[in-house]
Write a protein of this length. Structure first.
Length: 505
């Protein structure tokens, strides 16, 4: 299994070293291995092939996950914060899947070890299957790329059921480090855990990182032990990066773009800020971590070449061990600068869906390529630029609109005067969807007053379908349970007249 062999190793050579700490509870490596080796029986006395882990965040959840891996069960970790009805529905689907696919009890042959949950187009998360080998390969690559060692203390303040945090737990155990989680999230709780456990690494989404940096600066809480920040889920904005640099100017920041189904795709590194200068996103140095394609040159194909002015932020070069290419709808590799579907090859990819395959997400293409249909392009240096997530695409007056590209145009014009900008679509009987933009200024009242006019001017050169019709000032960010910005939540606020999104003239 992906990390059990390493857990056994670390329990033998440093059994008293803390492995998992959540709240006031902790397990060292010897204790975690002992918990993982405890026998468990399903009703009727037979060992089950499936482990449905429905526990609050804590060391018991980590032990249950390790126990499932040790018993060679297929694990599914549920978020205790989800409604009981949804958790019950997911458990039922998992049992039906195991029965329909004749998943053996304690299988000897390699097979799925994880039922991962990924958001879908409906209210019920879809489930993908992942083999132990895919995580094992991923751990080996990320251990080196993220500079992990037995001395690393990783704080992941998000819910353990989220794939990024569950992976961070396995990754930490693989490398012999210490994993720190929170029973309940708040900025103060995260900062207290960061200081109390002298965490050296943070793994989180940018919105949560901004909350921590703001709170730490407001309360004078330094983090001298923190040397490394790993961010995913969205790009760091200039405003957020500026806050982080004020708080921990010495920390190395690594961002990655990926998907639960694909694993790591591309990554970049922001070096610690010089003592004499603040860091800016445009000064980011993209660290080369691998090539792209399958070794051959680009094949001529059809697609839309994008002008530089429309280019969203770069997300980095291919992650180690990942082959990256841009393909058109016919599966033809496109030349540099031409937009198409972001596709990968490699051992980090999942095995497919157990349920919820709506045809709009993960797909396997010819030649061994896989995609979740995100749109982007590679430049001449092999750097990946994202045009937008396929699931975010909006149909406005018959035109396909990727909100990310509209946001990029407005963010470029506003610079550090804008903390956040989110574009979403709300129902409109005439156009199908009406484009709206919600913003959170980084400045004072004067900045707020002039922001809508600035943003309208920024999109003036875009097609009419790409220009938001209304602007709203955010009183707080529309977030998912895992802390990621949600266009769907924003649209719901606007359609319901929620005061958290106020119309701005």
């Amino acid at each position: 299994m992906p990390f059990i062999e390493r857990l056994i190793h670390w329990a033998g050579v440093r059994g008293r070293h803390p492995a998992v700490m959540v709240g006031g509870a902790s397990l060292d490596y010897a204790g975690l291995l002992a918990a993982a080796q405890e026998p468990a029986a399903a009703p009727g006395g037979a060992a089950s092939s499936l482990a449905i882990i429905d526990l609050p965040p804590g060391v018991d959840l980590a032990a249950a996950f390790c126990a499932a891996a040790h018993r060679r069960q297929v694990a599914m970790v549920l978020d205790a914060g989800w409604p009981a009805e949804l958790r019950g529905q997911l458990a039922g689907r998992a049992r039906a899947w195991a029965a329909d696919n004749h998943i053996p009890q304690q299988p000897d042959a390699p097979g799925p070890f994880l039922l991962g949950l990924s958001s879908g187009t409906s209210g019920v998360p879809k489930a993908f299957t992942r083999t132990a080998a895919s995580w094992r390969e991923s751990f080996a690559a990320s251990e080196e790329y993220f500079h992990l060692s037995p001395d690393t203390v990783t704080l992941a303040p998000g819910p353990l059921a989220a794939s990024m945090n569950l992976y961070a737990l396995g990754e930490s155990l693989f490398s012999g480090g210490t994993f720190v989680g929170l029973p309940h999230f708040s900025p103060d709780a995260a900062l207290a855990a960061l200081a109390g456990h002298r965490a050296t690494r943070l793994v989180l989404v940018p919105t949560v990182l901004e909350l921590l940096a703001r709170r730490a600066l407001a309360t004078g809480q330094a983090a001298p032990a923190l040397s490394h920040i790993v961010c995913a889920g969205a790009a760091l904005t200039p405003a957020t990066l500026s806050l982080v640099r004020q708080w921990v100017p010495h920390a190395l920041i690594q961002q990655y773009y990926g998907a639960a189904e694909l694993g790591f795709v591309a990554a970049s590194t922001i070096q610690p800020a010089p003592a004499h200068a603040g860091a800016q996103i445009h000064a980011l140095a993209l660290t080369h971590v691998g090539g792209h394609g399958d070794g051959g040159g680009p094949t001529p194909g059809t697609g839309t070449a994008l002008p530089d002015a429309a280019a969203p932020n770069a997300v980095g070069r291919a992650f180690p061990g990942v082959q990256l290419a841009i393909l058109d709808r016919q599966g033809v590799e496109l030349p540099a600068g031409t937009r198409g579907s972001v596709c990968v090859k490699g051992a980090l990819v999942c095995s497919g869906y157990a349920w919820g395959d709506d045809g709009l997400a993960f797909s396997t293409l010819g030649g061994g390529w896989h995609t979740v249909h995100d749109q982007g392009w590679l430049d001449a240096q092999g750097v990946l630029h994202l045009a937008g997530r396929a699931s975010d695409m909006l149909l406005v007056s018959g035109a396909n609109v990727y909100p990310h590209a509209v946001e990029a145009a407005m963010a470029a014009a506003a610079g550090d005067r804008l903390s956040d900008i989110i574009v979403a679509g709300i129902a409109d009987p005439l156009r199908g969807r009406m484009l709206v933009a919600a913003f959170r200024p980084a400045g004072d009242g004067c900045a707020r007053k002039g922001m809508p006019a600035l943003l309208r001017a920024a999109v003036g050169a875009l097609p009419a379908s790409h220009r938001p019709s209304r602007y709203y000032e955010l009183q707080e960010l529309p977030l998912t349970g895992s802390g990621k910005i949600s266009r769907q939540v924003l649209a719901q606020w606007i359609e319901e007249g929620d005061a958290r999104a106020r119309r701005s003239s």
